[in-house]
Design a protein around this ligand. Structure first.
Ligand code: HDE
Length: 697
């Protein structure tokens, strides 16, 4: 291989190659690493365009410049119309046992099979560059590369949906996205058009209750539950159909942030969720979910006071328990965000033999939409050839040509049946996908079944299944969202629906808005019923004390006790938590014994909203400086207002006093290693809810 000269050493352009550019060039000494054009032509100069004279005009002849700029101009592809902002990861799925009594999907029937997966989590309303923590639904889409073809489970973190019929989806999405004349708000449902639509679509009320709940502001993508939403079918080898609902449960439990935290995180770290997922996988803390199904037959479906084909309804676990069937582990970050996370193309219609659809009219509409959207997003029908979308099993057919064809098929036969290529692919009635022969049919009508008419009972069920703090949050969320609605009529109409859900909830929202008694009277299409509460719907009721996958932030300053920090670190590790040290600056901090620690963050860049619990071990002259810094005071004030557990050393007291923190049972003094360990143990509770009596969180 010819050696290239170190460009920075070339006298003619040396002046233009100072600094980083010059250093980069020093590594370019083999043809293998030579920078080339897309045609493979070696590039001699990547710093200067071709011009007529050193100060003259740039020449059109410069094919290196033109190719580079043209490619750059086309770097962005249309973002997803919904779910544009997402984060993805690779991993695997393993079945727990043999599910062949229910399905012939091989990957669910053999615990020995490790099926590769790619998962993508997303928000729905915002654009690709929007923040991670708006109040929104989270997409939970998983591509299983099975040996029988690709299965996509394209779900959400909420088990129901806004609408019952796909024909309303464009209206729903238009209503929630930025208003078309003003181009705002971005990634927010708190505006007139969304609530106007909701107020005229009573079927959305159940989903609205979920959207106003803590589910819509998750602490981490690693902590969300996932749901297939629609009723699907499992089909076994005998052709027997069983209805199923899919559920994902995170191993480390679910948790949410408070609204005030979400607001502040959006400013402090707009990539909070994306970073959290990426960093957890990088450090080997692999997120894991258990997949379960609720499996039931037609007779059970017929016994419910709601229709299992109606995507605005769920089946309480207390009515049909969850059957765990396998687990998914995400253990590898994408190598390239665009190539994988952006180009991955999910489709609820990607099913394998053994999994089939129900007649849910929302699902039926989705079966059209997803391929159609990839055609405009990814440019043509060959998107299955993009590496992240390729099946990981043999794939043969006679589809040919089209934009961006990457394959070079051989031979003269591109049709079937044929006699000229006896070894070419043929249909296979045994292994092939056979649609379940459902017998339901009727007149061609644009009519919704009577069984879809009850819009409030399950919204009521959801509200009444929440713990007191969760109910408070729902009230606050309604007050925030409706408070942003400018049209009083819309507010009153929404309140009318909320009244049908639960009169007390309506009263509380009216009070919070300062609109007592202003709910419209809206006669329900069907009188709601009272269902038995379902504790499984509450996140707090299910929450176990834990710090697994959580973050502890410790603020130290010169003179801190190293033994204490070591204890906090050891306790954090033992609990599976990550501890980060925060200093007055990013510069080294000296302990009382003159050991030094390099902080992970300076206080100005580490607000306590980025941590699940915080401790302060400050002392000496630094305290005076910290007392005069908004970032340091708010570090404590926010942690306190967000009901977090706070550990503190006696020497830190002046900072606590300056921040106005009253010591309560969750503000824990750490005078010894044992105290530090006790603080970490206590912090497993997550939040100290009794403080909510003092501070509205
Ligand atoms: Fe989607 N949805 N959707 N959706 N959806 C898309 O497909 C659509 C619905 C969901 O990470 C789009 O590739 C219609 C329910 C997720 O790439 C599009 C209807 C559920 C993702 C589309 C629905 C979902 C999408 C946009 C009403 C939960 C992101 C880009 C009938 C069960 C997947 C794309 C990813 C994405 C259409 C309703 C989940 C336009 C027409 C219900 C997680 O095809």
């Amino acid at each position: 291989m010819a050696k290239q000269k170190n460009k920075s050493a070339r006298p003619a352009d040396g002046a233009f190659h100072a600094g980083t550019a010059g250093e980069l060039h020093q590594t370019t000494d083999a043809r293998d690493s030579t920078l080339t054009t897309n045609q493979g032509i070696a590039i001699s100069d990547n710093q200067n365009s071709l011009r007529s004279g050193t100060r003259g005009p740039t020449l059109l002849e410069d094919f290196v410049l033109r190719e580079k700029i043209t490619h750059f101009d086309h770097e962005r592809i249309p973002e997803r119309i919904v779910h544009a902002r997402g984060s993805g990861a690779h991993g695997y799925f393993e079945a727990y046992g043999d599910l062949s009594d229910l399905t012939r999907a091989a990957f669910l029937c053999d615990p020995g099979i490790q099926t590769p997966v790619f998962a993508r989590f997303s928000t729905v309303a915002g654009g690709a560059g929007s923040v991670d923590l708006p109040r929104d639904v989270r997409g939970f889409a998983v591509k299983f590369y099975t040996q029988q073809g690709t299965f996509d489970l394209v779900g959400n973190n909420i088990p129901v949906f806004f609408i019952q019929d796909a024909i309303k989806f464009p209206d729903l999405v238009h209503a929630v996205k930025m208003e078309p004349d003003r181009g705002y708000p971005q990634a927010a449902s708190a505006h007139d058009t969304f609530w106007d639509f909701v107020s005229l679509m009573p079927e959305s009320l159940h989903m609205i209750l979920w959207l106003m709940s803590d589910r819509a502001i998750p602490r981490s993508l690693r902590m969300i539950e996932g749901f297939g939403v629609h009723t699907f079918r499992f089909i076994n080898a005998e052709g027997t159909s069983t209805f199923v609902k899919f559920h994902w449960r995170p191993r480390i439990g679910s948790a949410s942030v408070l609204w005030d935290e979400a607001v502040k995180i959006s400013g402090a770290d707009p990539d909070f969720h994306r970073r959290d997922l990426f960093e957890a996988i990088e450090r080997g803390d692999f997120p894991e979910w258990e997949l379960s199904v609720q499996a039931f037959d037609q007779a059970t479906a017929d016994s419910f006071p709601f229709d299992v084909l109606d995507a605005t309804k769920l089946i309480p676990e207390e009515m049909v328990p969850l059957k765990p069937i396998g687990r998914m582990v995400l253990n590898r970050n994408p190598d390239n965000f665009f190539a994988e996370t952006e180009q991955v193309a999910f489709h609820p219609g990607h099913v394998v033999p053994g999994i089939d659809f129900s007649d849910d009219p929302l699902l039926q509409g989705r079966l059209f939409s997803y391929t159609d959207t990839q055609l405009s997003r990814l440019g043509g029908p060959n998107f299955h050839q993009i590496p992240v979308n390729r099946p990981r099993c043999p794939m043969h057919n006679f589809q040919r040509d089209a934009l961006m064809q990457m394959e070079v098929p051989k031979g003269r036969v591109n049709y079937e049946p044929n006699s000229l290529a006896p070894d070419s692919p043929r249909e296979n009635p045994d292994a092939g996908f056979v649609t379940y022969p459902d017998t339901d049919s009727g007149d061609k009508v644009r009519v919704r079944s009577e069984t879809f008419m009850d819009h409030y009972s399950q919204a009521r069920l959801f509200f009444r299944s929440m713990t007191a703090p969760e109910q408070d949050h729902i009230v606050n969320a309604f007050a925030f969202e409706l408070g942003k609605v400018e049209t009083p009529d819309v507010r009153c109409r929404v309140l009318g629906h909320v009244k049908n859900v639960d009169a007390e909830l309506c009263d509380r929202v009216e009070q919070a808005l300062g609109m007592p008694g202003q709910a419209y009277t809206i006669p329900p299409a069907r009188e709601p019923i009272d269902m038995a509460p379902s504790p499984a719907l509450s996140l707090l009721a299910k929450a176990q004390p834990t710090l697994v996958g959580r973050k502890i932030g410790v603020l130290v300053s010169d003179g801190f006790e190293m033994a204490l920090l070591e204890q906090l670190q050891a306790s954090a590790e033992a609990e599976g938590a990550v501890l980060q040290v925060i200093g007055p600056t990013i510069g080294k901090v000296k302990s009382s014994g003159k050991e030094t620690v390099t902080p992970d963050h300076a206080i100005a860049a580490a607000p306590s909203v980025l941590f699940d619990t915080v401790a302060v071990a400050v002392c000496g002259p630094d305290i005076e400086a910290l007392k005069g810094q908004a970032a340091a005071l708010n570090f404590l004030r926010d942690a306190y207002a967000h009901l977090k557990f706070i550990g503190f050393t006696a020497t830190s007291m002046p900072l606590l006093e300056a921040a106005g923190i009253a010591v309560d049972d969750a503000v824990i003094e750490m005078d010894s290693r044992a105290d530090a360990a006790a603080y970490v143990e206590a912090a497993k509770e997550g939040r100290f809810w009794p403080r909510a009596k003092v501070i509205k969180a």
